[in-house]
Design a protein around this ligand. Sequence first.
Ligand code: ADP
Length: 199
Amino acid sequence: MTRLLLIGPPGAGKGTQAVRLAEAYGVPAISTGDIFRSNVKNETELGKQAKAYMDAGDNVPDSLTNALIRDRLAESDAEHGVLLDGYPRTEDQVRELDAFLLGHGQALDVVVELVADPDIVVERLRKRAVEQGRSDDDEAVVRHRLEVYREQTEPLIDLYENRGVLVKIDAIGSVDEVTERITAALAERGISLPDAATR
Ligand code: ADP
């Protein structure tokens, strides 16, 4: 019954850690970025609506994002825990998530903030642009995504800190090191890895 949220600037490694943590804790990783990208690829109506915002490095409007996440969280695999990656990223999305969780008698256990220096994330994304060819990893777009993060998402960190659920993790280091830091911090909060044999 673990409900976690990963928050941090673009390039901090949320997607990479989300996949590993979801596997380790036995909960589905739900990434709004991945869901949008697959909709763009499959040219769905949602994908068509989201594409221009994504290419520009802007947030997709809350109305679209909230509707999408409401449907996803209502699926049966999300009943017993989730790992949210990239959602919520605006105050309006926090309100939506709060209402959903409250309505289902659920709550977030921990919000993990991946802390990374902007220069380092810009450099990581420059590499990813070459390796994966993501259309929003162009340098000017990356800078804009960082600005959008600072304006719209960073305020959520204080909000979660005030609720007493925030854990800050240094995101600079190897992928394994960062995963270990997160699992250690979660263990301190009473969230331990399920016994591999019982999974
Ligand atoms: P990153 O964290 O590296 O910016 P994501 O894969 O999380 O990458 O997001 C890529 C793009 O998808 C964002 O720039 C935005 O356009 C869109 N997106 C993802 N999640 C959300 C969200 N919760 N609200 C609005 N737009 C989103």
